[in-house]
Design a protein around this ligand. Sequence first.
Ligand SMILES: Cc1cc2nc3c(=O)[nH]c(=O)nc-3n(C[C@H](O)[C@H](O)[C@H](O)COP(=O)(O)O)c2cc1C
Length: 160
Amino acid sequence: MSKILVVYYSFEGTTELVANSIAKLTNGDLLNIKPVNELKSKGFSKYFWGGSQVFMKKSPSLIDFDLDINLYDTIFIGTPIWAGTYAPPIKSFFAIDDLKGKQIYFFYTHDGGPGKVEKHAKAAIEVNNMFAGTLGLLSVKKNLESNMEIIKSWISSLNL
Ligand SMILES: Cc1cc2nc3c(=O)[nH]c(=O)nc-3n(C[C@H](O)[C@H](O)[C@H](O)COP(=O)(O)O)c2cc1C
C-alpha cells in the first residue's frame, strides 16, 4: 500500500467528516486546506459571496501548510459543492506545483445540486495527474449512517 494523503476543504464541517472517515479507513494522513480570507458569513449571504467567488473563477491564496506533497503517491481530494462545482480553495490546490504524477481520487459533498463537478474535477486533475475515481455524497449530516456505509464500501472497492 502506498502512502496516502487526504486533502480537503470544508466550510461547515460536512466534507471534514467524510475526510476523517476516509483517512481512518485508508490509514492516510490528513491535510485541511484553508483560504487566507475565509468567507465571513454563515447565514444566507454565504451562498451569494461563495457563489460569486466561483463565478469570478477565483483561486484564493491558501494558508501555508507544513506538509510535503512529494511524499505521497495517492491523494484523495475532497470539497463541498459551491455553485455546481468544487469550492475555490480546491481550485487553488489543483494548481500547486507539487501536484504532479499522482493517483487522485476525488470526493464531494452536496445538497442535491452537484452540477458538472465530476467533469470539471476530472479535467483539472488530468492536466498533470491520473484521475482514479470519484464519490459524491448527498446530505451527509442528515443521513450520516448510510453515508458512512457508502464511504466504507467505496474505499474497500479501490485498489489502494
Ligand atoms: C457558497 C455555497 C454554495 C453552495 N452551492 C451548492 C450547490 O450548488 N449545490 C449543492 O448541492 N449544494 C451547494 N451548497 C451546499 C454544500 O455543498 C453542502 O452543504 C456541503 O455538504 C457543505 O460542505 P461543508 O460543510 O464541508 O462546507 C453550497 C454551499 C455554500 C456555502
